[in-house]
Design a protein around this ligand. Structure first.
Ligand code: PLP
Length: 398
């Protein structure tokens, strides 16, 4: 999914505008910045490209999730339902606002299983946070229906699915708020950065203030701004926004290449007897950043992964079941609530209870799943070689 693979003069040019003016901060210094407002421009480009009313840039995707949760009023006493398969940022953000992450099972979409979400709802549930993992989407109709019925916020983590859609709408713009990460390995990058997208003006105004120490940005200068609430510093810099501005213009080109490479590689993998692929609720909306595939049993999958490793073909393919970053099974620090500062006793006991549940339904899926990331750099020759060798090695291992 990596925009960094296509570093170019376009990124250099946007950066040079900022370097020449010397104004690296996104607010103020109106004269010295010589008309360059990269962060504002990138926010406008996000609204235009993804079709949302408001966008607030942040210093990271994790900061975007934390900001969105704060703007939705999620905090002490609240529970947020999130999937067992995601990046660690999901629970980091929930814990950082003082709420309890409640983990639900995933299904063969590799995202939240709506039936499991229903079972996890309590009187304290405030939000549902689907994560559109590995380029494709959650069943948004089902999740929206649950949220409407129970009066819950729907916060989409679309960090890994930039450019994907669901029934014609861009992922990240369907719920009450949605986030992207622009970290170094995402579909488009700022180096580090993220964004909250929303169609609720009040949520946006809160995000705007929260990411900049609570400033209301209504004063004649920063010193004259009022502070309607306590904020934090999750600002992005002009240097990072400059990179993002070049990348967002190139996003159609990145997505087109991803789709082409995804289609070609999948055709080779589809020849393997017994292989199947993740269910995509709206196949037209896949962003194609990964191909996620299943073998019939966990043993066969583990043998295939070992065979790929021995053949030197495992780079870029991820067996999440054994991965320290993305799946509940290896999140010992979370399950043991190993935080540097004290959690409230209530949060701690709920956290330990919720993370030490039976996730066998998720295990049954994740133990058979491998995701192969799509590179923008592959030549046709490399793609053919990779496809043929992967297919041959996996077949040989079965
Ligand atoms: C990358 C990622 C994030 C966090 O983004 P950072 O910018 O690295 O903080 C959050 N959620 C998911 C699913 C991600 O892949």
């Amino acid at each position: 999914m990596p925009g960094y693979e296509r570093w170019s003069d376009l990124e250099r040019k946007e950066l040079m505008d900022v370097i020449d003016s010397g104004i690296l901060m996104r607010y103020g210094f109106d004269v010295a910045r010589k008309g360059h407002w990269k962060s504002k421009e990138l926010e406008a480009a996000v609204c235009e490209t993804f079709g949302c009313a408001h966008a607030q840039l942040t210093s990271s995707g994790t900061a975007a999730l934390t900001t969105a949760l704060s703007a939705l009023g999620v905090g002490y006493g609240d529970e947020v339902i999130m999937p067992s398969f995601t990046f660690v940022a999901s629970f980091e953000a929930i814990l950082s606002v003082g709420a309890v992450p409640v983990l639900a099972d995933i299904d063969d979409t590799l995202t939240l299983d709506p039936a499991s979400v229903r079972r996890k709802i309590t009187p304290r549930t405030k939000a549902v946070m689907p994560v559109h993992m590995c380029g494709s989407m959650a069943d948004m109709d089902a999740l929206q229906a649950i949220c409407r019925e129970h009066h819950l916020w729907l916060l989409e983590d679309a960090c890994q699915s930039i450019g994907g859609t669901y029934k014609g709408k861009k992922l990240g713009t369907i719920g009450d708020a949605g986030t992207f990460s622009f970290d170094f390995v995402k579909t488009m990058t700022c180096g580090e950065g993220g964004v909250v997208m929303t169609n609720h003006r009040d949520v946006y105004v809160k995000c705007d203030g929260y990411t900049d120490h609570g400033h209301d940005h209504l004063g004649v200068d920063r010193g004259a701004d009022l502070h309607p609430f306590v904020g934090y510093n999750f600002r992005i810099s002009e240097l990072h926004s400059a990179v993002g501005l070049a990348q967002i213009r190139r996003l159609p080109e990145f997505l087109e290449t991803q789709q082409k490479h995804h289609t070609a590689l999948k055709a080779y993998l589809a020849e393997i007897p017994g292989i199947s692929f993740r269910r995509v609720p709206d196949p037209a909306g896949d962003s194609h950043s990964f191909i996620s595939w299943f073998l019939p049993t966990a043993e066969q999958t583990q043998r295939a992964v070992e065979a790929l490793r021995e053949a030197g073909l495992l780079a870029g393919s991820f067996y999440w079941y054994n991965n320290n970053w993305h799946y509940i099974r290896k999140w010992d620090h979370l399950k043991r609530a190993l935080t540097l500062n004290s959690l409230s006793p209530e949060v701690k006991s709920r956290l330990e209870a919720e993370t030490n549940q039976d996730f066998s339904a998720s295990d049954a899926i994740m133990s058979r799943c491998v995701s192969t990331s799509i590179s923008l750099l592959w030549t046709e020759e490399q793609l053919r070689e990779k496809g043929m060798r992967m297919s041959e090695v996996i077949r040989g291992s079965l």
